[in-house]
Design a protein around this ligand. Structure first.
Ligand code: ADP
Ligand code: MG
Length: 314
């Protein structure tokens, strides 16, 4: 049993049951949820965990922690071409939580449920030393249509959605890196660290567009490396083309070191994909696929050595 202002049954009934809008969740009053199988569709499933001190700070607003927990999963579904529909929530709570904290946490989930059109299906609630949240998200896709990491071919162009490095900039601010940013720029970067903006709507259209795709969570170069190895190709990224926000440029500047840092920082939750050259849309062309292996960052026609292509836990 949890020792806190509420026990886990009260938490489920009072905090989470109102979020279980889908009838298949049975109001969180049963042992499991039931989702009708859809003939002709594949169920796309992904899970991601976020942990206090590593993926967020305990002092972050509870609503934003909830949104981050959800959105780091939605970016995976989007990268696979799936529209999210349901999620499960496994929550490890330290003893010192308050009802207000939980209510704010649920409000963050509700905001994103409404925005993305998803429903809570169930989960688990337990006690632990530090706050940790695991979301499992589900979406359906016409059978066989999931966009894989494998599938890139020589001659494809490489594209990325959104901007890269903002979250890394936000984290650097928390780590007290010196800056002279305006409040607006500072808030933008911190905002992206706390609440990423995965291209959820665009993701569903990607399955008619992309040959290979990955969500950018560990770092642009590292994640493109996953496409390169899964597809058995070489990817060249032109540093100057990597989209960076004005806020990040005001912070880190435009030197190749700044670009390289943005491209390896991670926590972006954008989508990198390969597709035919010459496409127009809510994305930026950043490179090309050719025969070979590995990823190269190219600056003024020359490869730039990348020390650490992305984040690693171990
Ligand atoms: P059990 O003891 O059989 O694991 P629980 O008491 O943990 O069952 O869960 C009861 C119901 O509440 C289940 O439907 C479960 O999915 C749901 N549930 C438990 N914790 C959460 C949570 N954090 N978020 C959403 N649903 C939850
Ligand atoms: Mg349980």
């Amino acid at each position: 049993m949890l020792r806190g202002p509420m026990n886990e049954f009260e938490i489920i009934a009072e905090i989470f049951a109102p979020l279980a809008s889908d009838p298949g969740a049975f109001g969180l009053k049963d042992d499991a949820a039931a989702i009708a199988a859809r003939p002709g569709f594949d169920l796309i499933v992904t899970t991601d965990q976020i942990t206090e001190g590593k993926d967020f700070f305990a002092f972050d607003p509870a609503a934003q922690i909830a949104q981050k927990a959800l959105r780091v999963n939605l970016s995976d579904l989007a990268a696979k071409g799936a529209k999210p529909e349901f999620y499960l929530l496994a929550l490890t709570l330290p003893g010192g939580f308050t009802r207000e904290w939980l209510e704010n946490f649920a409000a963050g989930l509700k905001t994103d449920q409404d925005r993305f059109g998803i429903s809570l299906l169930g989960g688990d609630t337990s006690r632990g030393e530090i706050l940790s949240i695991t979301v499992t998200a589900f979406g359906f896709i016409p059978a066989g249509k999931m966009i894989k990491r494998a599938g890139a071919r020589a001659g494809d162009a490489v594209y990325v959605t959104g901007t890269i490095g903002d979250s890394g900039g936000g984290l650097a601010i928390f780590r007290r890196e010196k800056h002279t940013l305006s409040e607006l720029d500072r808030d933008h970067l911190i905002g992206r660290y706390r609440v990423p903006e995965p291209p959820v709507t665009f993701g569903a259209s990607l399955r008619d567009l992309a040959y290979a795709s990955v969500d950018v969570s560990d770092g642009l170069i590292a994640d493109l490396g996953h496409i390169a190895s899964a597809s058995g190709v070489h990817i060249a990224v032109e540093a100057e083309r990597i989209p960076r926000s004005t806020s990040l440029r005001a912070f880190w500047g435009d030197e190749i070191e700044a670009i390289s840092r943005a491209a390896t920082a991670g926590d972006d939750y954008q989508i990198a994909f390969t597709a035919p050259a010459g496409l127009d849309g809510p994305f930026t062309r950043i490179g090309t696929v050719s025969a070979g292996e590995g990823v190269e960052l190219i600056h003024q026609g020359q490869p730039v050595p990348v020390q650490k292509p992305g984040y690693r836990h171990f």
